[in-house]
Design a binder for this molecule. Sequence first.
Ligand code: IMP
Ligand code: MG
Length: 182
Amino acid sequence: MAKRVARVLIEADEVQAFVKRIAEEINRDYAGKKVMLICVLKGAFIFLGDLIRYLDVDCEVDFMAVSSYEGVKSTGVVRILKDLDSDISGKHVIVVEDIVDTGLTLDHLTNLLSTRGPASIRVCTAFDKPSRRKVDTAVDYIGRSIPDEFIVGYGLDFDEYYRNLPYVAVLEDVPAEELDEQ
Ligand code: IMP
Ligand code: MG
């Protein structure tokens, strides 16, 4: 079924306001320290890009790509598609996520990263869907909590599209008749 934007859930200026607010929290919490930001691809790339421009602590950036899927067991499994280039041992790590939904991806990721000996590990997400949580995983910085709706924009996709929207939107199905007319 084809989709189109049904309505805007969070305007671009509201997104920028929470990114700035999170950056101020990080600047305060890590004052005098160096941080290693780990961007979880692909969804978090825009959030990371905006966030680092408001940071004044010294920061390194690295990227990781994971795919999450539910196996036969309901625990969920995370497959690493691209691992970090750098060693995180002794570093203050902040995982930068687009959205925390069930929390399974994040839980597996933070468990994995903590085996690599970081000095500390915290999580920062642009969006949070607390009502969908299946596992109690710590999230330290949250941009906006949202209801249980599938969102796109600001890095988040539906079938790889819509990542470029500067705002956050909810999609709707396009009836087949309307597609035929285009
Ligand atoms: P979790 O393991 O269920 O927390 O899955 C989180 C991942 O699912 C996110 O990093 C997104 O890639 C994807 N995801 C969850 N909810 C949405 C949504 O509303 N829009 C787009 N992607 C989503
Ligand atoms: Mg993601």
